[in-house]
Design a protein around this ligand. Structure first.
Ligand SMILES: Nc1ncnc2c1ncn2[C@@H]1O[C@H](COP(=O)(O)OP(=O)(O)OP(=O)(O)O)[C@@H](O)[C@H]1O
Ligand SMILES: [Mg+2]
Length: 294
């Protein structure tokens, strides 16, 4: 996989908006580019007990695209993300309604095994969370527990670490504990662990929020490389990051019911990142992106 050329600032006009500064190949789509969905949600709603956290989300996530989910705290970004690989199953009070289709199959059908779902749709969390095991075993773990057929585990570990742009830094210490790596290396290890089971979708929930700017840039470059083979959905509070790496952006907000005061997350607008950041259709999106609220 050849690393993408680092790009210069975009030339677009962005008066009050976040300066759109993207890598040359990020944001490769515009509003007219057809979207080939790999995941599609239909009227997706999630509640925790009696609390309706998000309602009626209809979204298509593009194959080999990076989709950013943005919006103020509490609007349900993580909730939506977790519903895409059935991580919400692990929260006893969470209830999901509507549907999530992956390659046309309903992920919430009784016939579907959530463990297999998570093998195909991997997840990377906010805080790097390597297992307290060796670097090698962090990668080998997923294939082993999912009984994945691997001809030669040493080769698989090497290939996976190469794809996550970590091999050169760790090849001489594969038996060392993963906990000894730097934060940025740990997060690339977690990305490697997520891709070790050959998923085709990667979900990332604020994957750079615990990292310094250099490590953040490294992860962003990696995401753009990985996009060739994976579809990536990233939650981020960093507007620059969404503008730099994503092809399409979904903006969520919290709507507050005037009578009951209930706060429910809703999708406001979805489109090509270039459109959302430069010429959004909804005033709420514009206000959020330009820092007027949220
Ligand atoms: N396990 C849970 N139990 C009960 N309520 C929850 C749970 N997880 C989230 N919520 C609530 O659901 C709503 C959406 O939360 P969520 O974490 O998805 O928001 P978010 O957009 O990811 O916010 P942030 O940007 O702060 O991470 C919030 O009101 C939150 O308090
Ligand atoms: Mg969140």
């Amino acid at each position: 996989m050849t690393p993408k050329k680092k790009g210069s600032s975009a030339k677009e006009q962005d008066p009050a908006m976040v300066r759109v500064d993207r890598s040359a190949d990020a944001g490769k789509v515009d509003q007219s580019t057809p979207l080939v969905p790999i995941i599609r949600t239909e009227d997706l709603s999630v509640s925790y007990g009696d609390f309706q956290a998000v309602e009626d989300v209809n979204l298509d996530f593009g194959k080999n695209e990076i989709t950013a989910l943005i919006g103020p705290s509490g609007c349900g970004k993580s909730t939506v993300l977790r519903s895409l690989n059935r991580m919400n199953d692990l929260i006893p009070t969470a209830r999901v309604s509507g549907s999530v289709h992956y390659h046309g199959a309903d992920l919430y059908s009784e016939k579907i095994d959530p463990i297999q779902v998570r093998r195909h749709i991997g997840m990377v969390f906010q805080k790097p969370n390597p297992f307290p095991k060796s670097i090698y075993d962090n990668i080998a773990y997923g294939p082993r527990v999912t009984d994945m057929k691997v001809d030669n585990m040493d080769d698989h570990v090497e290939q996976t670490l190469r794809r996550a742009a970590l091999w050169d830094e760790v090849k001489d210490k594969l038996k060392n504990s993963a906990i000894g790596l730097s934060g940025g290396q740990q997060q690339r290890l977690c990305i490697a662990r997520a891709i070790a089971t050959n998923p085709d979708v990667l979900l990332m929930d604020e994957p750079c929020s615990a990292l310094d700017p250099v490590a953040t840039l490294r992860i962003e470059e990696l995401m753009i490389e990985l996009r060739e083979n994976y579809s990536i959905i990233i939650v981020t509070h960093n507007m620059q990051q969404a503008a730099r790496v994503s092809d399409r952006t979904a903006f969520f907000t919290v709507s507050i019911d005037e009578d009951s005061g209930d706060r429910t997350g809703r999708l406001v607008e979805f489109g090509a990142t270039s459109h959302i950041f430069i010429d959004p259709s909804d005033k709420r999106t514009e206000d959020y992106i330009s820092g007027r609220f949220g």
